[in-house]
Design a protein. Structure first.
Ligand SMILES: Cc1ncc(COP(=O)(O)O)c(C=O)c1O
Length: 394
C-alpha cells in the first residue's frame, strides 16, 4: 500500500539544523532554528516555569483527563493575557491545543467546518506552516503581499491591493506581533485601517500570535489583536506559549474565538469535537504551568521580568548588528534591523549566497536569508556582520 509514497521535500529549517550539528568548526553560529537563546547559547527553562513545575509536582493529585477543550482555568488565564478583559467570557470560545501549531490547525478546521468555501488569505512571506496546514486541512488559500524587501518595510499598497480580491466570508490571517519571518509589524494606524477594511468587506481576521512579549511588551504586543476584537464581531486567535514561556516541547497553545454571545455554545462544542476527532484530550502539563504562572502574582511578576530581559537582549542585538553592518557596508541598507521586532528578520540572498555564508563563514541562516537574532551574541555580532556584508553586499 505504500509503494506510491514519495518522500516529502525536506523541511528547510530542519535541514539547516542538521548541517549545523554536523559542522565541527567551533566558531559556527546558528541563526536558523527559531528558538530563543541566551548569551551562553542556551534556551533556558524560565524561572517562573521552574517554580510552577515544582508547585505542580507537589500539589497535583491526578493526571486523569481534563476536558476535550482543556482546562477552563487555562482558557481564562490565556484569554486574560491575550485580551485583558476586553470581552466578557460569554463571547469567547476556547480550546487548548497542541502548541501554537495545533491552535492554527484547530482554527483552520473550524473555518472549514463553518464555511468550506472560505479562502484564507496568508501573507507572503509567512511562517511556512501556515500554507502547509491550510493545504492539509483542505482550505482554499491565497496570498497577499506583505513586505518590500528592498525597503525593509511593509508593502502596504501591495497588501491592500491583494486583499481587495477577498470576498465576504473569507478569512485574513495576520501575525499578532513579531511577524515571522520579516520582523516587520503593523503600527497602531495599520491595525485601525485593517479593522475598518475587514469590517467593510465582511472579512474575518485570524490572528496567529506566537511571540507576545518579544516585541515591545506583553500588553503592547497584543494591542492590535485587542483592537480587532473590540471592533469586529468575530475574531479567530491561535496563540502559542512555546516562546514567551520557553515551553517549546510541552506543546502549549490555545485557539480562542471571539463571537456574538448567541454563537458561542456552537463554536465551543465544535472546537471540543474537533479535538475529539484528532487528539481527544489536549496536553495539559504546559497549559497547567502557564495557568499557574499567570494566576500567581509573584510568579507572574518574575515571568514578566525574565521575559522583558529576553526581549531587551534581542532588541540590543538588533541594534548591535545594524550598527556593525553600517560600519562594514558604509550604508544604512540594513538599518531596518534595529527597528523590526521579535526574533526574525530577512536579509534576502540567493541560495548560493546562503551556502557561502555557511561554507566560508560558518554562519547558518535559513533560505531566503531569515535570521534568528537571538542566535547572536555580542561577541559574534562583528564576525557575523563581516560575513553578511561580504556575501550580501557584493
Ligand atoms: C508565526 C508562528 N505561529 C505559530 C508557531 C507555533 O509554535 P508552536 O507550535 O511551537 O507553539 C510559530 C513557531 O515557530 C510561529 O512562528
Amino acid at each position: 500500500m505504500f509503494q506510491s509514497l514519495t518522500a516529502p521535500p525536506p523541511d528547510a529549517i530542519l535541514q539547516v539544523m542538521q548541517l549545523f550539528r554536523d559542522d565541527p568548526r567551533p566558531e559556527k553560529v546558528d541563526l536558523g532554528v527559531g528558538v530563543y537563546r541566551d548569551d551562553a547559547g542556551h534556551t533556558p527553562v524560565m524561572r517562573a516555569v521552574k517554580a510552577a513545575e515544582s508547585y505542580i509536582l507537589q500539589s497535583q493529585e491526578t493526571k486523569s483527563y481534563t476536558a476535550l477543550a482543556g482546562d477552563p482555568a487555562y482558557h481564562a488565564a490565556m484569554a486574560d493575557l491575550l485580551l485583558a478583559g476586553a470581552l466578557p467570557s460569554e463571547r469567547i470560545a476556547a480550546a487548548a491545543a497542541t502548541g501554537g501549531t495545533g491552535a492554527v490547525r484547530l482554527a483552520m478546521e473550524l473555518i472549514r467546518t463553518a464555511n468550506p468555501d472560505a479562502t484564507v488569505w496568508i501573507s507572503n512571506p509567512t511562517w511556512p506552516n501556515h500554507t502547509l496546514l491550510a493545504k492539509f486541512v483542505g482550505l482554499k488559500q491565497a496570498t497577499y503581499r506583505y513586505y518590500n524587501a528592498a525597503e525593509g518595510a511593509l508593502d502596504r499598497q501591495g497588501m491592500m491591493a491583494d486583499l481587495g480580491g477577498a470576498k465576504p466570508g473569507d478569512v485574513v490571517l495576520l501575525h499578532g506581533c513579531c511577524h515571522n519571518p520579516t520582523g516587520a509589524d503593523f503600527t497602531a494606524q495599520d491595525w485601525a485601517a485593517m479593522a475598518d477594511f475587514l469590517a467593510e468587506r465582511d472579512l474575518t481576521p485570524f490572528i496567529d500570535i506566537a511571540y507576545q512579549g518579544f516585541g515591545a511588551n506583553v500588553e503592547a504586543d497584543a494591542a492590535g489583536l485587542r483592537l480587532l476584537v473590540d471592533r469586529l464581531p468575530r475574531v479567530l486567535i491561535a496563540a502559542s506559549a512555546a516562546k514567551n514561556f520557553g515551553l517549546y516541547r510541552e506543546r502549549a497553545g490555545i485557539c480562542l474565538v471571539t463571537c456574538p454571545e448567541g454563537e458561542r455554545a456552537a463554536i465551543q462544542s465544535t472546537l471540543a469535537g474537533l479535538n475529539r476527532a484528532s487528539i481527544s484530550f489536549p496536553p495539559d502539563h504546559g497549559a497547567r504551568v502557564v495557568t499557574t504562572v499567570l494566576t500567581d502574582p509573584a510568579m507572574k511578576a518574575d515571568w514578566l521580568e525574565e521575559l522583558d530581559g529576553m526581549r531587551s537582549r534581542i532588541a540590543g542585538l538588533r541594534k548591535s548588528l545594524a550598527g556593525a553592518l553600517r560600519q562594514e557596508t558604509g550604508s544604512d541598507r540594513f538599518g531596518f534591523l534595529a527597528a523590526q521586532q521579535g526574533m526574525f528578520s530577512v536579509l534576502g540572498g540567493s541560495e548560493a549566497q546562503i551556502a557561502r555564508l555557511r561554507d566560508e563563514f560558518a554562519v547558518y541562516v535559513v533560505g531566503g536569508g531569515r535570521l534568528n537574532i537571538a542566535g547572536l551574541t555580542e561577541d559574534s555580532v562583528p564576525r557575523v556582520a563581516k560575513a553578511l556584508a561580504t556575501v550580501l553586499d557584493e
